[in-house]
Design a protein around this ligand. Structure first.
Ligand SMILES: [Zn+2]
Length: 311
């Protein structure tokens, strides 16, 4: 396909037409550098249904993507600390769920794939949507499901697509962080309304627990709906705090920050200084001493859990 042909495809999209997998890949690739609007909604990603029809994925709001990030972070900690060595994808990681033998491409907001499966994939499978289909063993959808029709659409998608007979998904969660709802799906079982409490990964993600209070921390404040008058104070108090953190004097010190002698200076931040236990963190596995949790955790992760390869 020549360049002008490529341009044509994005300009003349027709959602009633069927597209080939090559065209689908090209369209999503082009959407990485340009965007289109459909019915007033900015679109930067399509999914593909079993009839080759493009399903526009509206851009997700910051609030929901922040929750996606938090879930991926918790799962990522488990993945590394528990030495799972698996693969985690987020909202643009499209899988072919192969529903009834038909290609059906969908990106769960968070998904987990075992290392064995990932390593067994061909280059074609990793880099294109061609080749034999594969799917994750765990999938999460994050959405506002307060509207019954939205809930039913996602509930159907999870049951029909994620748990299609040909798919590998064994565990799925539908999470609504704003309305504090979590639905649990397991292969061969009915959907279970879990409520808003911590949930474990069972034998699919052994030892993993999603802590919902950390998701609450991400969302935190209840936003006042539509009250522009009272919004004045809302962001202001936070904005006033900002300049303190980025004072130029601190920036100049930063290149030498890793020296232990500057321990007291670097714990200048409000929370750090209160927590005296954070200074002198002795690694229980070696002789190294740290003065903040971040450096300590990074050390434990790279030296004792993952064992960084030295060149
Ligand atoms: Zn150590």
């Amino acid at each position: 396909m020549n360049v002008s042909g490529q341009k044509m495809i994005l300009e003349n999209l027709d959602l009633d037409l069927s597209y080939t997998i090559e065209e689908f890949e090209l369209i999503n690739k082009q959407l990485k550098t340009s965007s289109i609007e459909i019915k007033g909604q900015p679109i930067d990603l399509f999914e593909l249904n079993e009839n080759g029809k493009l399903i526009p994925m509206p851009q997700v709001t910051v609030e929901f993507e922040a929750v996606v990030g938090e879930i991926a972070r918790q799962l990522g900690n488990w993945n590394v600390w528990n030495r799972q060595d698996g693969i985690i994808t987020t909202s643009q990681g499209g899988y072919d769920f192969n529903v009834g033998g038909q290609r059906k491409i969908d990106a769960p907001d968070v998904a987990f794939l075992s290392r064995e499966v990932y390593d067994s994939l061909t280059k074609q499978q990793r880099r294109t949507f061609q080749g034999p289909p594969f799917s994750p063993i765990f999938a999460v959808k994050v959405a506002d499901i307060s509207k019954q029709s939205d809930f039913e659409r996602l509930d159907f998608k999870i049951k029909n697509d994620y748990f299609a007979m040909e798919s590998s998904v064994r565990l799925a969660w539908l999470i609504d962080p704003v309305n504090k709802k979590l639905h649990l799906y397991r292969r061969g079982m009915r959907r279970y309304p879990w409520g808003w409490r911590d949930i474990g990964g069972d034998d699919v993600l052994p030892g993993f627990t999603l802590e919902v209070w950390m998701i609450d921390e991400v969302i935190k404040k209840e936003l006042e709906s539509g009250s522009s008058g009272s919004s004045e104070g809302q962001g202001l108090s936070e904005m006033q705090e900002l300049p303190e953190r980025s004072e130029p004097s601190e920036m100049e010190e930063s290149p030498e920050m890793s020296e232990p002698s500057e321990m007291e200076e670097s714990s200048e931040g409000s929370e750090v200084s209160e927590e005296s236990s954070e200074s002198n963190l002795d690694c229980p596995k070696c002789d190294e001493i740290f003065n903040n949790y971040y450096d300590f955790m990074k050390h434990v992760e790279s030296e004792h859990i993952r064992r960084r390869r030295r060149v």
